[in-house]
Design a protein around this ligand. Structure first.
Ligand SMILES: NC(=O)c1ccc[n+]([C@@H]2O[C@H](COP(=O)([O-])OP(=O)(O)OC[C@H]3O[C@@H](n4cnc5c(N)ncnc54)[C@H](O)[C@@H]3O)[C@@H](O)[C@H]2O)c1
Length: 319
């Protein structure tokens, strides 16, 4: 399905990342994959890269740095000369933008959530545009003749308000709008832009969102299809479909991969108890991820020292 496609995958932090599952599936389906890693956590990304079906190179990328985006563009230009696919799997919100203090969040924190989690889709696509253009339908050297480049982002349904998700939810609403505008801008160049709206998946970022485990419980009890919060592969499979030529006439779309939760108006009686527990206000500094026995690197990431401005993704990054 992805034979010969050259795909850049952002957002791999460790083996639990949705982006890791997507990179692995893309390789199994025939793609060549490059990863990006962010700040001090790049070492974790490199370790994860070695656990993929085929080891992948990791490029340094802070999505908020124009210089980093340009370096990534230059590296891909040298290596492939074109880019057939891009997975945007990046999100971050400061602790005071999550967790039930919606009315108290300062503009600066909301702006950081917006820039990193939403505007970065535009920043990345615009920075890599010459490469996405070069993969255009029928372009010489294109991995799949007749199929232009595809961009896929990861969303959490922003059509409703969630407990605790707060300004990350607002950022996701912006991400949804940005993906539609990009689809509009880039369709005539043969570039498609779509989102996968995922149900809750246990990742390091998600575990830093207060109330995540209760939300996950409600989800599993309410979704018409079985939903396993430990399994990112259904989301990865849908992302790979959207990255593939099979989705060649789809753009500006949001595909829900959530066990059907979005289609259900009212939780089942079994889920209502768990629902009532989510809405409790929680402290704005998230707790240590609930992993029973985290690996040393993960312990380091959840330590106060890690939660410094310089390396923020885990303190508030969310679904
Ligand atoms: N886990 C869920 O329940 C869930 C549900 C729906 C959508 N999503 C979305 O999936 C995407 C991936 O998240 P995940 O849950 O796999 O968690 P994750 O922690 O594995 O991935 C988040 C990634 O964002 C990266 N990041 C943060 N700030 C960055 C920056 N400035 N520059 C570059 N990278 C940066 C981190 O390094 C990390 O790799 C996010 O957009 C998230 O909102 C997650």
């Amino acid at each position: 399905m992805l034979d010969g496609r050259r795909i850049l995958v952002t957002g791999v932090l460790d083996r639990h990342s949705i982006a890791f599952a997507t990179a692995a599936r893309a390789q199994e389906l025939g793609a060549e994959v490059l990863l990006t890693g962010f700040g001090r956590t790049k070492r974790m990304t490199e370790r994860a890269a070695g656990q993929l079906p085929a080891a992948a190179e990791v490029l340094e990328l802070d999505v908020n740095s124009a210089a980093d985006v340009e370096r990534v563009r230059a590296a891909i230009e040298t290596r492939w000369g074109a880019l057939d696919g891009l997975l945007h799997a990046v999100a971050y919100a400061p602790p005071d933008a999550l967790g039930g203090g919606f009315l108290d969040t300062p503009a600066e924190s909301a702006a950081i959530a917006y820039q990193t989690s939403a505007f970065s889709l535009k920043a990345l696509v615009a920075g890599l545009l010459p490469l996405l253009d070069a993969a255009g339908a029928g372009a010489p050297g294109a991995g799949c003749a007749g199929a232009g480049a595809a961009v896929v982002g990861l969303d959490f349904d922003a059509s409703v308000a969630w407990p605790s998700y707060d300004w990350m939810g607002v950022a996701k609403a912006a991400l949804e709008a940005i993906s539609r505008y990009l689809a509009r801008e880039l369709g005539s160049r043969g570039i498609r832009v779509n989102l996968v709206s995922a149900g809750p998946v246990e990742t390091l970022a998600a575990s830093a969102v207060p109330g995540f485990s209760q939300l996950a419980q409600v989800w599993s009890r309410t979704a018409p299809l079985a939903w396993d919060v430990e399994d990112p592969t259904p989301v990865a499979d849908a992302a790979c479909f959207l990255l593939s030529p099979l989705a060649r006439a789809i753009t500006g779309e949001i595909v829900h991969v959530d066990g059907g939760y979005h289609a259900i108006g009212c939780p089942s009686p079994a889920a209502t108890d768990a629902v009532s527990q989510i809405a409790v206000p929680v402290p704005s500094v998230p707790s240590t991820p609930p992993t029973a026995s985290p690996a040393p690197a993960e312990r380091a990431l959840s330590s106060p020292a890690y939660r410094m401005k310089e390396h923020p993704p885990l303190q508030g990054a969310g679904r």
